[in-house]
Design a protein around this ligand. Structure first.
Ligand code: ZN
Length: 380
């Protein structure tokens, strides 16, 4: 019932039912935004296509301390999702990120994390068996979109979705093992709109939610904190943990905007009461509102919650000049947000932090913001 009410409210507020609706006409401009002069794509990565290996920008430099080196996750497999399909959530997003991370000062400082796909059983940590079967059947059948919501798919979407979920879990494994200090996962499709039984908003499986459950079940980490600075509310993550209590979810997002959830009075229920912290802000909000929410609302909440692991739904469509949002965050703001999260991780979680890519559709802006974010991770 709650979902039905929220969807109706979204329709009323925005007059549209899809995340892509706001991007109409912007795909062409988005796909021109590659970082000029930098190597891109598979050539920059050096890994054989389809191997899933060799994420950019190559292994940590000689003499680097792996334990102090942020892990990085990327793979050509992610580019098979919506390959050749005109869409704002384009494989070119990863080309732009790869290029930005392949040049100084980050080149050679990042340690690729060995890839692996999630098993279908692992997907059941957060998703229903019926939805997993639907997502697989519809992707492999060559449908253009999932029947569950506004998530376009192609034949390459299924392996990409499995690898996105599995690699974020692998990043958790690496951080827990101490192989790397923290990790940024440049994966697609994104995940935070995917609910337990529904893909929507460009998302198939909820990568960050699966990582949280994996950390709990595989590593016995009892409490996980997820912060989401994407311009859109992470409705799927909220739905997954709304009544849970072992996962604290905080989101800053533009309101009103897709998907229409994330009101301040949505705070969790049952055992999860008080474990959802929504901070909606109007179009035009920037550093004062969003960094302020992280510093003044999330930090005390996190200090009370005392997480064993910190996860970040790192969406960069909250940066200024994004075609899908109207927030005004700068690259310096992403550095400062990252530092807030690193501080929480350091105080409570032994420094364990894994960030995973969500939105970000201005390719030049995405590349610059990711470089700023990853640069802050390297200084942890
Ligand atoms: Zn978004």
């Amino acid at each position: 019932m709650r979902d039905r009410l929220e969807r109706r409210e979204f329709l009323r507020i925005t007059g549209g039912a899809t995340l892509a609706a706001a991007a109409t006409g912007l795909v062409a401009c988005a796909s021109r935004g590659l970082v000029a002069g930098a190597p891109t794509g598979d050539a920059a990565r050096g890994g054989p296509p389809g191997s899933g290996g060799g994420g950019p920008p190559g292994p940590a430099g000689r003499g680097a301390d792996p334990a102090g080196t942020p892990g990085l996750v990327s793979s050509p497999v992610y580019k098979r999702h919506l390959e050749g399909v005109p869409h704002v959530e384009t494989p070119a997003r990863l080309d732009a990120i790869d290029a930005a991370l392949s040049v100084a000062p980050l080149a050679g400082r990042l340690l690729p994390i060995p890839p692996r796909p999630a098993t279908e059983e692992e997907l059941l940590l957060c998703h229903t068996r019926a939805y997993v079967a639907t997502a697989r059947a519809e992707s492999e059948a060559g449908r253009t979109a999932l029947s569950t919501g506004d998530t376009e798919v192609s034949r390459g979407s299924w392996p990409a979705a499995l690898l996105a979920a599995g690699w974020v879990m692998a990043a958790v494994d690496a951080v827990v093992a101490g192989t790397v200090k923290n990790a940024f996962c440049a994966v697609r499709p994104p995940g935070h709109h995917a609910t337990p039984d529904r893909g929507m908003g460009f998302c198939i499986f909820n990568n960050v939610a699966l990582a949280a459950r994996h950390a709990q079940r595989r590593h016995g980490l009892g409490k996980v904190l997820i912060a989401d600075w994407d311009v859109h509310h992470g409705n799927g993550t909220q739905d997954t943990f709304y009544r849970d209590g072992s996962v604290f979810f905080m989101s800053t997002h533009q309101w009103p905007l897709y998907p229409g959830t994330g009101r301040a009075d949505e705070t969790g229920a049952g055992r999860g009461r008080g474990c959802i912290l929504n901070c909606p802000f109007p179009a035009g909000a920037g550093r004062a509102e969003i960094l302020g929410a992280f510093q003044e609302r999330l930090v005390p909440a996190a200090d009370a919650f005392k997480p064993d692991l910190v996860l970040v739904s790192a969406g960069f469509d909250s940066r200024r000049d994004d075609p899908l949002g109207r927030f005004r965050l700068t690259d310096q703001d992403f550095i400062d947000l990252t530092d807030v999260m690193l501080g929480i991780a350091r105080r409570h979680a032994g420094g364990r932090l894994v960030a995973t890519l969500e939105g970000g559709y201005n390719l030049k802006g995405l590349a610059a913001a990711v470089a700023a974010h990853v640069g802050a991770l390297t200084r942890a």
